[in-house]
Design a protein around this ligand. Sequence first.
Ligand SMILES: Cc1cc2nc3c(=O)[nH]c(=O)nc-3n(C[C@H](O)[C@H](O)[C@H](O)COP(=O)(O)O)c2cc1C
Length: 443
Amino acid sequence: MTRRNQNIKFAVFLQADCNYHVAGWRLPGSYADAGMNLQRWIEFARIIERAKMDMMFIADTIGLPGADRTDIIGYNTRPDKFEPFTLLSALTAYTKNLGLVATAATTFNQPYAVARVLASLDHLSGGRAGWNMVTGGNYEDALNFSMEAHPSHAERYARAEEFADVVTGLWDTYADDAFIRDRASGVYFDASKMRILNHKGERFQVKGPLSVGRPIQGHPVIVQAGTSIPARKLSARHADAVFTAQSSLPDAKGFYADLKGRLGAFGRSPDHVKVMPGVVMYIGRTEAQAREKYELLQSLIPLPVAMDRLQRMLGGVDLSGHDLDGPMPDIGGNDARMSTPMNYVRLAQREGLTIRQVAMRSAAGKDHWTLIGSPTQIVDQLEHWFVEEGADGFNLLPPDVPGTLNDFAELIVPEMQRRGLYRQEYEGSTLRENLGLPRPIRR
Ligand SMILES: Cc1cc2nc3c(=O)[nH]c(=O)nc-3n(C[C@H](O)[C@H](O)[C@H](O)COP(=O)(O)O)c2cc1C
């Protein structure tokens, strides 16, 4: 069944070694060295483009969480990675249609620098750039940016609102046809088609103009990856796509309806923000094969690593006083992570999981929706969420690479295409065109 001639959008989440499962890098056949290996990334980009996915997304945190835990930190793949925009710039040369999206946290950047990098990437890629505008949930990042502590959740989102205004304002510095480069008249660009921003706000003072012409997409695609109420408000005003962790269809539908309902207040159409929950897929030719892979990966997780990860995902909550085989305590949101702890508690309650089981689940796929099965079983589920308006598309979180990427291209894509749920070819050459989003008019 299709939905108003729309098809399912797909991003893929990659970071550092790119295996989303904490033990993915140990699986025979997976790559452990992708973090700093351009050839691996070129291979991923080619598979993803062959699968006709909308975008490759590179997540990023800057500080290394738990660097002082010398007993377990050596398991962590995260310090071994390229700076994402540098990497995406290299990948522009090896891709043609694929959207190239990366994180730049508003808490640890300046809007002028972000506007410039994204505008450059948009030109380099012929209109395929995107920015994951997160406020950043990682306490350790703050310590590398001359801050003594992570700013509060409320302050981070207030800063993000003003940050986004400045970035989009700078992207509108020039009209699309400002740069005429007319040798005969000596006019390089038409100064009447340049607007100086002169932003003077509470947190930023930015004069402009930007030192890059208007991006090919007008504005590079903006993704927001928060689920809390302040995050939804930010997304409703500025985002073109939203990444979110939802582990059940009722929760996903609630989030979807709430977010879409906020768009009218900003004169935006519900179709112009794509809601894309994360989905971890363990794909097998049969369900038994998929389960075998899942079990093998689970057997490779050291419990202290899983517990450490869970506590960090909960925003630094200490679970050491609790019985590991007892129920998950009812932890609310906190200043570091607002929506994530509540997601974990709902997941544990729904499935009756102990703390140990939640930790093992988190190591496999955090608080995201997890599918283990054959292509038919997996596509049945994707179709159900799509048709029921729990999602406009998904963010694939591959437990192992390149295994899951190849399985997605070879097994999941043809099954979605057969059902008329997925594109046969890219619709356009820019990321906006492929996502079915309008090009912003210069304000
Ligand atoms: C799919 C997805 C991708 C994310 N990527 C990043 C990232 O690259 N860097 C980062 O600091 N946080 C990232 N986050 C975490 C968010 O920044 C945020 O901390 C989290 O969604 C909780 O936000 P909330 O408490 O406002 O809902 C991501 C979250 C999701 C769901």
